[in-house]
Structures are given as structure tokens and as C-alpha cells.
Design a protein around this ligand. Structure first.
Ligand code: NDP
Length: 338
């Protein structure tokens, strides 16, 4: 039986990656698209070969669909997610799940009560590079992890220089956009949870309306590992990377904080340097495969709703730290859900 998807949001990410990822599944179909604007809905559906275009959430949720993918601007995720859950549809929601971790928790609680599958589209967990690093660390290949460094400052492409840099009310800003991914990737690769964060943010000339377009964060993890991360929209030539340094070795990954299955991972120990090989499957296709399996009752989405609460609680703490000048504890308050 196929999984029949409805898309909420005539977005760039759905057009560039997610429609193809759904269609790459043997059992995935894109049935309908919802946009708040009827003309945009029609045009988008036509351009992407989607049979049905609607301009109300009710119309979409009343379609013959099993699951929804939510990729609207961030302030809409909560209301749309709760409505989809209420309608009994499985939900794959974009990050950040909502504007606050309390709202994200509300969605996760509602999804659990409804018995539907709920996932967060943190794609980087699906990258072969990050999975190779996680496995190397778990296998003890760098000894005891001591510190991590994340280089995730990019140049926001011109076609995306909209709500992200002008609309605080839509959940703009680099912290809700990119720091959430770094939180999730650090948790995934280290197999550890952050407990505290200290952050400086800046507006380096691209973002307006009080939004930040650059951030540097320092993280402390439960195990004692400390990490630093740099997120930005304004650096054209920086390149990306992810490093973990341990007592017996270092993992140095280059060009891996991206949407594509590219980059390299180097393991450096007393024995010399070794390039780790890893799978190059499309990140979003793998995410969808796990989501479909979860619908069949096999395992969980690659990133769960709880993972989305963790990343948003981390981003929230980063923003609070930047505003107050103090380190802030990270607490997703998931105890009641465990
Ligand atoms: P877009 O700006 O492309 O789309 C967001 C919304 O903007 C759409 O739902 C649409 O509203 C509206 N919109 C799109 N085009 C136009 C237009 N020409 N004129 C007016 N309105 C328009 O957003 P992104 O695809 O960049 O991001 C969407 C979500 O996905 C965000 O939550 C973001 O954080 C997340 N994201 C996640 C990524 C990942 O790798 N996990 C990568 C990129 C984004 P309507 O539907 O009403 O038509």
C-alpha cells in the first residue's frame, strides 16, 4: 500500500528536495498541495506534476491522504501540525517545529495521544558523513570525546532572502534556521545531550527587524564535552565542517553541513590519517524511507518529534543567552513524555 502525501506549503524545500524524495520511495505518492494563495497553489501543482491544488487546510486534510509534510514559514507549523494530527494524518514537520519549545511539545504530546507518526525534518542525521562519525565515536575510535567544533556559516541564497531575514513574526533569524540543525547534529553525532549554552549573535548587514544573521555558540554536554558552533547567512566563502576531538583521535569532516551527500571525513590518530568511507544516499530520501517504515510500525522517523523539541529548546536557550549575556540551561522538558 502506498503512502499518500499532502504537502502543506508551496515551498522551495519541497520543490528542490522533498517531492523527489517522496517519489523516490517505491510506495510514495504526492497527492495534493496546499498553498494559502490559490494561484500559487495551481502554478506550483502544475509545475511539480501534482494532481490536486487546494488553498485551505480543511480541503487538504479532507483529501484522501495518509500523511502531510509541513514546510510553510515557521509560525504556521504549530496550527497546521495540530490540525493534521487531529485529522489523523501522519506528520513530517520542518524545523523549527514551532516558535517555542512549549508549542513543539504540545504537538508531540498530541501526536502521541493520536497514535500517529510525527517526525522532524532534520536532514543532517541522514548524511552518511554524520552517521560515519557517530559510528566511529561509538566504536571508541577517537577514545573519549573532549570537544566538538561546527562550522555552519553560509551565504543565504538570494532566492531565500525573504522572511528569514525580515520577519521575526515568521520565525526568521539564523538561530531558528541553522542553530537548530547544529543542535540536532551535535546530539546525533556525539550521542549526548546539551545541558547549557552561551551565545553571541550579530546582525552583520543582511537581516533587519532586529533579527540575527550570525551566531556563535558554546555548548556544554552531559558527558562534559564542550562544543562551539558558528551559524551565519552572510559569509560567502567560509565552507562548512564538523570536528570532534577525543583523547585518542580526531574526526575532521569537511563540507558536510549541506543538503547534499557530499564532503569527506578524516580520522586522525597515532596511527596516521584515514579517510572514512560512507554512504552517499540522498539525505531526504533516507529520511522519507525511515518515515514510511515508521508508518508500517517499523522503527521511528530518523529525527523524532522529541528530537525537534530538543533542537528548538537549544535554539531558544541560545537566543536567551544572547539577549541576557549569560549562559542558559537547555531543558526540553520531555520528562513527562518519556
Ligand atoms: P519558502 O520561502 O520557499 O516557502 C515558505 C512559504 O512561503 C511557502 O509555504 C509559501 O506559502 C510562501 N511562498 C513561497 N513562494 C512564495 C512567493 N513567490 N510569494 C509569496 N509567498 C511565497 O521557504 P523554504 O522552503 O525555504 O522553507 C520552508 C520551511 O522549511 C521552513 O520551516 C524552513 O525552516 C524549512 N527548511 C528546512 C530545510 C531542511 O533541510 N530541513 C531546508 C530549507 C528550509 P504558501 O504555502 O501559502 O504558498
Amino acid at each position: 500500500m502506498s503512502v499518500r502525501w499532502g504537502l502543506i506549503g508551496a515551498s522551495t524545500i519541497a520543490r528542490q528536495f522533498m517531492i523527489d524524495a517522496i517519489r523516490a520511495q517505491a510506495d510514495g505518492e504526492v497527492i495534493a498541495l496546499m498553498s494559502s494563495n490559490p494561484e500559487r497553489a495551481e502554478a506550483y501543482a502544475r509545475e511539480n506534476g501534482i494532481a490536486r491544488a487546494v488553498s485551505s487546510l480543511d480541503a487538504l486534510l479532507n483529501s484522501d491522504i495518509d500523511a502531510v509534510y509541513i514546510s510553510t514559514t515557521n509560525e504556521l507549523h504549530l496550527e497546521q501540525g495540530l490540525a493534521a494530527i487531529k485529522a489523523g494524518k501522519h506528520v513530517l514537520c520542518e524545523k523549527p517545529l514551532a516558535l517555542t519549545s512549549a508549542d513543539a511539545r504540545e504537538m508531540v504530546v498530541a501526536a502521541k495521544a493520536a497514535g500517529i507518526v510525527f517526525g522532524t525534518n532534520h536532514h543532517l542525521r541522514n548524511a552518511g558523513a554524520h552517521r560515519a562519525m557517530r559510528e566511529a565515536i561509538a566504536a571508541g575510535r577517537i577514545g573519549k570525546p573532549i570537544a566538538a567544533r561546527v562550522f555552519h556559516s553560509v551565504y543565504l541564497p538570494e532566492n531565500l532572502q525573504g522572511w528569514r531575514i525580515t520577519k521575526p513574526e515568521a520565525g526568521g533569524g539564523v538561530v531558528l534556521d541553522i542553530t537548530v540543525h547544529d543542535a540536532d547534529t551535535l546530539r546525533f553525532v556525539l550521542g549526548d545531550d546539551p545541558v547549557e549554552i552561551s551565545a553571541f549573535t550579530q546582525s552583520a548587514g543582511m537581516a533587519s527587524g532586529g533579527l540575527e544573521d550570525g551566531a556563535m555558540c558554546i555548548w556544554r554536554f552531559k558527558s562534559g564535552v564542550i562544543a562551539q558552533s558558528h551559524e551565519g547567512f552572510t559569509t560567502k566563502f567560509a565552507g562548512t565542517g564538523f570536528e570532534v576531538h577525543g583523547s585518542e583521535g580526531s574526526l575532521i569532516a569537511t563540507n558536510v553541513m549541506t543538503q547534499k551527500p557530499v564532503g569527506s571525513v578524516l580520522l586522525r590518530t597515532a596511527n596516521g590519517e584515514e579517510e572514512l568511507s560512507f554512504e552517499r544516499e540522498d539525505l531526504y530520501t533516507r529520511s522519507l524511507r525511515h518515515f514510511h517504515a515508521a508508518i508500517r510500525g517499523e522503527g521511528q522517523p530518523a529525527a523524532t518529534g522529541e528530537d525537534g523539541v530538543w533542537s528548538l529548546a537549544s535554539a531558544e536557550a541560545a537566543l536567551q543567552s544572547s539577549n541576557t549575556g549569560k549562559a542558559v540551561a537547555i531543558d526540553p522538558q520531555l520528562g513527562a513524555l518519556a
